[in-house]
Design a binder for this molecule. Structure first.
Ligand SMILES: [Zn+2]
Length: 60
């Protein structure tokens, strides 16, 4: 079992700075662990971003 990760519902697109939203809906009951890949799709340029989930702190 990994540590639970902090999942942002929206990130800022690195290319166009538009809003990129979660591709798969992750509800409060879904467990995302640190190191899992979460995918976002930019609303403006339609680029896909695969982000490695982190736990919100750097101490491992
Ligand atoms: Zn974009």
């Amino acid at each position: 079992m990994g540590r639970p990760a902090k999942v942002e519902p929206m990130i800022v697109c690195i290319d166009c700075l538009g809003p990129a939203y979660l591709l798969s809906s992750i509800g409060p009951e879904d467990i995302v662990e640190v190191g899992n890949i979460i995918s976002y799709r930019c609303r403006d340029c339609n680029d896909r971003w695969d982000i490695v989930a982190d736990g919100g702190d750097e101490s491992i």
